[in-house]
Design a protein around this ligand. Structure first.
Ligand SMILES: Cc1cc2nc3c(=O)[nH]c(=O)nc-3n(C[C@H](O)[C@H](O)[C@H](O)COP(=O)(O)OP(=O)(O)OC[C@H]3O[C@@H](n4cnc5c(N)ncnc54)[C@H](O)[C@@H]3O)c2cc1C
Length: 307
């Protein structure tokens, strides 16, 4: 495998416009600030970079994955035996066309939210304060309790390795709660967001209200990956965890937040195994206390030792 990685590294270094790094520490690319090295870290600036990268990696049988800003990701302490692809500057362009915003999937979601506000377009207020990229938000169908990305996405352009670009209408995406079902279909490279003319003061008010609520109810300053578990139907995962008496439970450097029990925070030096151990403990105790199986919302990358 390491010879295949070496060959892929050599072939990619001369071939793509973006950057190729070897043994890149993933803690630099996750909001948890946790994660060992990815064998390869490839910044793709163009569709042609994506085509070259996926062709070379698949040819060398090196596994690969696309990552946005890593704000929903737990990367193993041993890292990832494969290539992490990220979208570079060529995928951050943003433009307005009437009531539609078109943006590259590498754009920061907060910038898209600000664009909507600046143009007096309503519909993105729910996303204020959600970190990460537009691509990550679409892949995860990110959102608030009631409004998700699926309600504003008009279309998505995917890059399908070995095939090329494919436009998918928003209505044809298999959206679900914190899933788009797009993982197996391709790499999200661009999206059209359908909004509506709005009253600027009203948009500002909704955004500020949403931010205030977030500041009051979430440990916004501490390294985390947001909500660890999805809410079971009709229930709040945070409330179940809190009622099970787990707030402030600690394992190594990882701790269940005392502000929001569905957040695990890295108090400094937490390992991925600390976080995973805490996740297992929470699931076990919530199952014993409430008879409910909690399902992780965060995504995992790499091999975990664990029991
Ligand atoms: C403090 C905090 C608050 C948060 N609040 C919320 C919230 O209110 N609501 C909410 O839904 N989430 C929330 N999150 C979670 C997270 O921010 C969102 O899920 C976000 O949309 C992930 O974006 P990302 O770019 O960081 O994706 P990543 O974490 O990098 O990736 C997430 C998944 O998307 C896939 N992916 C990323 N980019 C692409 C692409 N271009 N093509 C295909 N697949 C891709 C990855 O493979 C991975 O499976 C919060 C996180 C934090 C740290």
């Amino acid at each position: 495998m390491s010879e295949a990685v070496d060959r892929a590294y050599a072939r990619l270094s001369g071939r793509i416009a973006g950057e190729v790094r070897r043994d890149e520490p993933m803690r630099r690319h996750t909001s948890f600030r946790i994660g060992g090295p990815a064998d390869l870290f490839v910044v793709c600036d163009t569709v042609s970079d994506l085509a070259s990268a996926t062709e070379v990696l698949e040819g060398e049988q090196v596994p690969w994955v696309v990552v946005g800003k890593g704000t929903n990701l737990l990367v193993a302490d041993a890292g990832y035996r494969g290539a992490v692809l990220v979208l570079g500057s060529g995928f951050r362009r943003r433009a307005r066309d009437g009531e539609t915003l078109r943006a590259g999937a590498g754009a920061i979601l907060a910038h898209v939210v600000q664009d909507a506000f600046r143009h007096g377009l309503a519909g993105m207020e729910f996303a204020v304060g959600i970190p990460g990229t537009l691509g990550g938000a679409i892949a995860m169908n990110a959102g608030s309790r009631d409004v998700w990305m699926s309600s504003v996405v008009e279309s998505i352009t995917l890059f399908v390795p070995g095939s090329g670009l494919e436009k998918v209408h928003g209505a044809d995406v298999g959206w679900g709660y914190r899933t788009s079902g797009l993982d197996a279909r391709g790499i999200i490279v661009e999206a059209e967001i359908r909004l509506a003319e709005g009253e600027p003061n009203r948009i500002r008010y909704e955004m500020e209200r949403s931010l205030e609520r977030r500041r009051a109810t979430q440990p916004v300053g501490a390294p985390s990956a947001g909500s660890v578990f999805v809410n079971p139907p009709g229930m709040s995962a945070g409330r179940l965890i809190e009622q099970a008496g787990l707030k402030n439970t600690r394992l190594g450097g990882a701790r269940v937040s005392d502000v929001h029990a569905n957040f695990i925070v890295n108090d400094g030096g937490a390992s991925a195994e600390d976080v995973l151990g805490l996740i297992r403990k929470i699931r076990l105790i919530v199952k014993e206390t409430h008879g409910v199986e909690l399902r992780p919302e965060i995504r995992f990358l790499g091999e975990f030792a664990g029991p």
